[in-house]
Design a protein around this ligand. Structure first.
Ligand SMILES: [Fe+2]
Length: 244
């Protein structure tokens, strides 16, 4: 179970090193029981990964805030790219980055590292039949997706669905409010929920402002204030959980 976090501005957190290849991270929230974690990660320019094929027993999810990263020596994830990698996907034989990037990486549990000595392919591939209903989202260019209008006329907002579990309805999405938006964006509190403000800000009914580069995690049952306005508009990366 994770405890409530935030609103937490990432500028207030210290960097810590992640692995042995120059990555740094700021932990945004962590489940102490399972090891599941949401982290803000910096990949340096000219980064070169370990260069060995491997897989993890938990899912991995990434959103590139700015910059690039290379997965198989060829395909670049760029600003706005989204990756959802289910458990047991073989990857990593030629990872790197040119300009480097800032990104958010979520892991579904404590990360293990299982080496594959003789990979079957240079591309990412499932070790066995994939059972994760979200599927394998390798590089969704979210900047090329159209926004979908949601809500009624007084509360119109915009949405891009990045991935969803059709069984539990847990999802990852981008949400956008236009400049001057004024309405009521209430969110249920039955399940845990995370937000990361990518751009702009919104104001909540309790008067607090949720600014750019701020993270918030609300566990199930948390009474949280509805969003009521956004002076300059905003874009938020959000995760709806199916449980804690
Ligand atoms: Fe990996």
């Amino acid at each position: 179970m994770r405890s409530q976090v935030g609103p937490l501005n990432i500028d207030t957190l210290a960097w810590e090193s992640l692995g042995k290849h120059g990555l740094r991270r700021k932990v945004l929230s962590q489940d102490q029981d399972t090891g599941a974690v949401t982290q803000y990660v910096q990949i340096p320019a000219n980064w070169k990964g370990g260069g060995v094929s491997h897989f993890h027993s938990c899912f991995e999810e990434a959103f590139i805030i700015e910059g690039d990263v290379t997965l198989n020596g060829r395909d670049d994830l760029v600003t706005g790219s989204y990756l959802y990698r289910p458990s047991n996907i073989v990857h990593g034989h030629d990872e790197g980055a040119n300009q480097g990037c800032m990104c958010i990486i979520r892991m579904g549990a404590q990360m293990d590292f299982n080496l594959v000595h003789d990979p079957e392919s240079e591309e990412e591939y499932p070790l066995e039949v994939m059972t994760d209903p979200r599927g394998h989202v390798l590089d969704l260019r979210t900047s090329e997706m159209d926004w979908t209008g949601q809500g009624d006329e007084d509360n119109r907002y915009h949405f891009k669905l990045l991935s969803m579990d059709p069984e539990t309805k847990a999802y990852t999405a981008l949400l956008s409010l236009d400049p001057g938006w004024n309405g009521r964006l209430s969110t249920g509190n039955e399940y845990g929920r995370e937000w990361f403000m990518l751009l702009g800000s919104w104001k909540r009914e309790d008067g607090t402002t949720f600014d750019a580069n701020t993270y918030y995690y609300a566990p199930p049952g948390t009474p949280h204030a509805a969003v009521t306005s956004s002076k300059d508009g905003c874009i938020v990366l959000t995760w709806m959980h199916a449980e804690g």
